[in-house]
Design a protein around this ligand. Structure first.
Ligand SMILES: Cc1cc2nc3c(=O)[nH]c(=O)nc-3n(C[C@H](O)[C@H](O)[C@H](O)COP(=O)(O)O)c2cc1C
Length: 211
């Protein structure tokens, strides 16, 4: 296998600074809709990068579950990522939609969503996922798979006679962006990059970056 010789020529759409929406959240929604329409696999999967207490980057994939004035995802509040976010709320998100030849990079800080939002989303999830949220002590070391199976049985027994509600240690974060960059692959490695930066007055400034 020759990884070094893997090469894809990008072609299709050029990105013009005077044709994108002045608001990056609106622009993002239109790219997300295009990815969904084009059948991109898991278009809402994104890399979430956080910072550890000793200033090391730390990243993993999570699923985007909503866009309003920020980017919303859900997780275990006692997980590694959540502990990092609670100590240092700065984070970044990266989407790569290969078949669209597009990348979006988002930087900002997170806040917890309201308990009502977490409750609403939790209750909308399939039963298996709800039980999973109670079962898994996310990011902790566990002895084996049997440990999880046993915990799952215990959770199922408990909630056979009790209403299944959101675990207090599970909920959402919203990332509020102050930088959003849209990247569109172009011919001859001359890709388009448009960076939106939030100014202190609250308006978005756009610039084109070299690829
Ligand atoms: C496609 C995909 C989607 C995922 N979605 C989530 C998610 O929405 N929330 C979550 O907590 N973990 C999600 N995970 C698992 C995380 O990548 C990660 O393993 C887990 O959250 C523990 O990360 P941490 O130890 O850094 O906190 C997903 C993984 C993949 C591959």
């Amino acid at each position: 296998m020759k990884i070094a010789s893997l090469r894809k020529e990008y072609s299709s759409n050029l990105l013009e600074i005077n044709k994108v929406d002045p608001n990056p959240l609106v622009q993002f929604k239109s790219w997300m809709e295009a990815s969904i329409e084009d059948g991109v696999l898991e278009p809402n999967a994104m890399h979430l990068a956080t910072v550890t207490s000793d200033n090391r980057p730390s990243s993993r994939i999570v699923l985007l579950k909503g866009i309003d004035h920020g980017f919303v995802f859900f997780t275990n509040y006692e997980s590694k990522k959540s502990k990092e976010l609670q100590a240092n709320p700065f984070a970044s998100l990266t989407f790569f939609w290969a078949q669209m030849e597009r990348q979006v990079r988002i930087e900002g800080f997170v806040e917890k969503v309201s308990v009502e939002e977490s409750d609403d989303y939790f209750l909308s999830r399939p039963l298996e996922s709800q039980i999973g949220a109670w079962t898994s002590p996310q990011s902790e070391e566990i002895p084996d798979r049997a440990f999880l199976e046993k915990r799952k049985q215990e959770v199922e027994q408990r909630f056979a006679s009790e209403e299944l509600r959101r675990p207090p240690h599970w909920g959402g974060f919203r990332l509020l962006a102050d930088k959003v960059e849209f990247w569109q692959g172009g011919p001859a490695r001359l890709h388009d990059r448009i960076l939106y930066s939030l100014s202190p007055s609250g308006t978005w400034q756009l610039k084109r970056l070299a690829p």
